[in-house]
Design a protein around this ligand. Structure first.
Ligand code: HAM
Length: 491
């Protein structure tokens, strides 16, 4: 047989794509490479707005569903937070998700990133400019003024939990809808309260079994900031051309916000900048020293970070942030400082933060009232619990499985099931299945101690079978004696 000669394969190059405007052929709406489809109104809108519009039943970018195993972590964390807040004498407040735009512009400040770039703002049907709340503090202050909480014994101590919205670039630990738990103390200027909030956080992190470091600074009052601001402007004057476009603007509008910049070029200068703590007036200095003394007194370990300014404009005097302290723990002080800076630059995973905001109540129309508070990012705390491999207490699993066989039994099943629920037994079932085998399969998977079997005959005789799932032993008992029998067996 003649040997088959292998044909040399010709190199195939992809056809060059045609670029540019499609050429019209004749009068028909045909283009050189296909039929020109009429634009849908959505596509037209997309073109007009310059946005990509997706009409799909898909979750929005930066939003998350929370379900399954995660719920256990959420419930565990939230319970610890609520328990501690109530032990500290805080009462819960629930504020609306939707607020007036004015509230945040007036408090958090129009030069802060949150207000300037990240808010979900729109007009409601009455034409009000509204916003999906990007943080809780201004809402809590508004409620304090509007509901007359200033008439209550001061300070007023409130805690809250719920979703917030910030249109940021989603990345690890940063989403567009996230949740905060927070506490606010309105009506006291005492440094003891600032120290108490930090102690609260340390206690919380201990009870959640996560390691976190505390960074602290003082931003002084309006007066001390005035002289610091002019010193800062002077410092940046000759460095302006190396700053990013945003920071150039910040320099004239609100130079303190330059410290929020995440760009390495700007960070290079901020790390050498004059420190606000050197410009504190006597009162602010005293307040800060007292806060630190109280912390020393109760052995709270903190790190003084002279460049911590927080991202919102309303802060005065003490500010603080909490950062994960995983591998940082084992490092030397110098390495530790570097890690903190790197974490700040890259991962951006502060677990929470807060501070004093002594002017907000007045700026929103109340009397001059000092206040302080903090919030934790729930997602970040839960992430940390997982990363630090904390063993959390799982909810009690069911010990009894209820099964039923046949039409008559299914009618009685709900009645017995309901009675056992009322007696506080945790019972699992699979009412969606008719076959006993399928029902018991689920009982096996759940590793329950006892299974209850209600068949036609048992229904007729008002009895029920109790099956020990470990030994396989079964016993028929009177339905009236069921509660006592279960109590005895589960003791
Ligand atoms: P904040 O630093 O803007 O402060 O937010 C507090 C915490 O919320 C952050 O440390 C972080 O854990 C979490 N967080 C912020 N943005 C996101 C995001 N996009 N994705 C996930 N987590 C995030 C405040 O909101 C102030 N209201 C805190 C406060 C209360 N100050 C006084 N009282």
């Amino acid at each position: 047989m003649p040997k088959k000669t292998k044909k040399k394969k010709k190199a195939v190059f992809p056809k060059k794509k045609k670029v540019g405007r499609p050429r019209k052929i004749g009068t028909k709406k045909r283009t050189a490479w296909g039929v020109k489809r009429k634009k849908t109104s959505q596509q037209q809108k997309k073109q007009e707005d310059g946005f990509k519009i997706k009409e799909e039943a898909q979750i929005l970018r930066g939003m998350n569903d929370i379900y399954g195993e995660d719920i256990m972590y959420w419930q565990y964390t939230l319970k610890k937070m609520v328990d501690l807040s109530e032990r500290y004498g805080f009462n819960q407040i629930i504020v609306p998700v939707l607020e007036r735009l004015f509230l945040f512009e007036k408090s958090a400040g129009i030069t802060s990133d949150v207000v300037e770039k990240q808010m979900y703002t729109f007009r409601d049907r009455s034409g009000n400019k509204v916003v999906l709340r990007p943080e809780f503090t201004p809402s809590v202050v508004r409620a304090y003024i509007e509901t007359g909480m200033f008439n209550l014994p001061q300070p007023v101590k409130l805690y809250y939990f719920g979703p917030l919205f910030r249109y940021e670039r989603p990345q690890a630990g940063r989403s567009r809808q996230f949740h905060q738990f927070g506490i606010e103390v309105i009506g006291s200027e005492k440094p003891l309260i600032d120290a108490q909030l930090i102690l609260f956080s340390q206690t919380l992190f201990n009870s959640l079994d996560i390691k976190a470091s505390i960074q602290i600074n003082s931003l002084g009052c309006e007066e001390c900031r005035k002289s610091y601001r002019s010193r800062l402007v002077q410092y940046f004057k000759f460095k302006k051309r190396w700053l990013c476009e945003d920071c150039k603007k910040r320099l004239s509008k609100n130079p303190l916000r330059i410290f929020d910049c995440q760009k390495e070029t700007c960070q290079k200068f901020t790390r050498q900048a004059p420190q606000l703590v050197d410009y504190l007036c006597e009162d602010c200095q005293r307040h800060f020293v007292k806060t630190l003394e109280y912390l020393d007194e109760i052995n709270v370990v903190y790190e003084f970070n002279p460049y911590l300014v927080r991202g919102l404009d309303y802060y005065t005097r003490t500010v603080f942030e909490f950062w994960p302290d995983r591998e940082i723990q084992k490092k030397s002080k110098k390495q530790r400082q570097r890690s903190l800076i790197l974490e700040r630059l890259g991962a951006q995973v502060a677990l929470g933060g807060g501070g004093r905001y002594d002017n907000v109540v007045e700026s929103l129309g109340g009397l001059s009232t000092p206040a302080t508070g903090l919030s934790y990012g729930m997602e970040r705390i839960i992430d940390e619990i997982k990363k630090q491999e904390v063993k959390i207490t799982r909810p009690r699993s069911p010990q009894i499985f209820f099964t039923h066989v046949g039409e008559k039994a299914s009618r009685r099943a709900l009645k017995i099931f309901n009675e056992l629920q009322k007696e506080k037994f945790k019972i699992a079932e699979n009412f969606a299945k008719d076959s006993l085998r399928q029902q018991l399969e689920k009982a096996n998977k759940l590793h329950v101690k006892l299974a209850l079997i209600l068949g036609q005959e048992e229904t007729r005789n008002s009895t029920i079978i109790i099956r020990d799932m470990n030994t396989g032993n079964q016993e028929v008992i009177d339905q009236k004696k069921l509660v006592n029998e279960l109590r005895k067996r589960l003791r």
